[in-house]
Design a protein around this ligand. Sequence first.
Ligand code: ACO
Length: 406
Amino acid sequence: TLGPDVIDVRALGGSGYFTYDPGFVSTASCNSEITYIDGQKGVLLHRGYPIEELAQHSNYLELSFLLLNGHLPSPQEYEEFSKTIRYHTMVHEQLVNFFKGFRRDAHPMAVMCGTVGALAAFYHDSLDITAERDRQISAHRLIAKMPTLAAMCHKYCIGQPFVYPRNDLSFAENFLYMMFSTPCEEYLPNPIFAKAMDRIFMLHADHEQNASTSTVRLVGSTGANPFACISAGIAALWGPAHGGANEAVLTMLEEIGDDSEENIQRFVDRAKDKDDPFRLMGFGHRVYRNFDPRAKVMKETCDEVLSELGLGEDPQLKIAKRLEQIALEDEYFVERKLYPNVDFYSGIILRAIGIPTNMFTVIFAMARTIGWVSHWNEMIANGTKIGRPRQLYTGPELRHYPAKQD
Ligand code: ACO
């Protein structure tokens, strides 16, 4: 029932109904042409192309062009796009001083929120969001500079000098090079690792209106600059219910420790116990009520990488597979349609590559940057109203401030 204080939202461009939808379970906040998900069937399409086909035949830069521009690039467009991204890989040298202000034991996601937001202080020349040229330059800068900033976070945390980008390398190779090279020893990217890294970037590139993308859109709807918007997206991604899950999965697998049935069952039982806050990390999804198609590709990639490295019997992979099996046969998980999500297997691959656990969510942020900027750009190009959710007020009724006794 509508109370006397409910505004007729038709006057504000609404549908006429005032809806209460905590967690936005059934509210669409926008139109978008970028990504389609059918959660019941386990389908994910980017600009119409299935994620499985893209993961097999495309690469992260090509997918980035597709997400941003709406079509697959011609060979010439691809060449130009990849040249442009390479051109922007360096960051302003003053950012080095900015890094030095952080504690070395800071979580890299905290450093990323700060340094990516700070890009707005260095790149004033592309901040007119009404100009398509500026939006494109900012998008290119963000895609290109995120790996550089991410690798700088890692180097800073471990007390090594920063490594400058090498533009003769591919996007994934360059990231690994900046992560692992030192002045004493140049790291030559292992092609198996580079391929796996690129696949991880593709599988995380976009996922329509998830919490971090919705955050980017909400911040962007106020007219804020793109660097501020992406910094807000990074903050939203950090939580363990969202991007922080990839780090949490590995912590959970370490805690489980061995793949004996009774041991794993103990953790599954804990996840079912409503008095225990523990959840199976990497399980469940707001939209998928079926297998997350990205999780299937991630699992295959994990098997491929570990067998190519001769690590097919990796103990954590064994625990993960057994855990998946036990959970998927358990009534609790079946009833609630809880399946492994994209991050259930990604951490095992990242660990095999040598990426430290505290960098997992940073890698997710790097990969998701193209999704964030594509949505931001689509929203600004189409024109938008400021995002302003309503609430149901449940506080006290009108009362008066007590008269003061002199
Ligand atoms: N372990 C145990 N139970 C779970 C889990 C889980 N991982 N996920 C959901 N449930 C249960 C809930 O307790 C709830 O049970 P109930 O109906 O008896 O109360 C039911 O399943 C529905 O769960 P909700 O939390 O209401 O589902 P929601 O859509 O709000 O949450 C989320 C989705 C946050 C992903 C949740 O499944 C979760 O916390 N998963 C673990 C964290 C994780 O892996 N996050 C990554 C998500 S994917 C991504 O961001 C890349």
